[in-house]
Design a protein around this ligand. Sequence first.
Ligand code: GLU
Length: 280
Amino acid sequence: MVTRFAPSPTGPLHLGHAYSALTIQTLGADGRVHLRIEDVDRTRSRAHHAAQIEDDLHWIGFRWDGAIRVQSEHRAEHEAALASLSARGLTYPCSCSRREIGDAGARIGAMGLVYPGTCRGRSMEDARPGDAIRLDIGRALAVAGDLPGFTEWGPLHSGKHAVEPAYLTRDIGDPVLIRRESGDIAYDLACPHDDAALGVNHVIRGADLWPNTPLHVLIQTLMDWPVPDYFHHELVTDQTGRRLAKVDRSKAIARYRDEGMSPKDLRAMLPPLPAIPWAP
Ligand code: GLU
């Protein structure tokens, strides 16, 4: 088993991250566990958050194998994956702002606004500086052919899942692969790329990313990357049942630590870690 914890250094770690890291550590105990810093969003990522994340992980007792994979150091590989999709006519440049997308009557889908396709059909040769690059999901589905399903081990959705083309076209739409203005590589391209590059065969992450998984399977299929098994764990909520947000500073792990809490006390605040589903 090869798995990974892949935090984004856009803020301090909170209890939800601690739960994720410890779940990964428990389920991956007999295999390899990588730490990947997902810093491709250059606008929001900060080196000091990455350093703090390492520190916090050490403190809660999370250990990883091998060197830390810093995602931004692999830009050339991400661009090569994008070029492969573009060479097959599956991408197009998009200059629409969020507001324009909203004004065009975009629906809210599983991952946010579903792009109404205003720029679809534009040629990559017409890309202007600052344009986003999107995947034409309809064409991508046509090229991919029969999609494999994936296995989910997590208790929330456990079982075999087919990837439904209708879900991708209706609830996801044409996803961004290169972000508008910043030119950053988008999560939905960098993540499946790096999972394949690291040989990850079990992705363990929060249920908030469940909607993205069919899209990742589509990209894996297009790129001939193996489809890992998935485990989406529950999200840690505060007393009001709201999802903990990174912006909720009062919940930063470092703050509990500064207040004198031990790693054991912190663990006691978390829901029970999931049991290993494949253990006899
Ligand atoms: N970087 C993502 C996050 O912090 C996690 C990505 C993943 O596990 O696939 O939410």
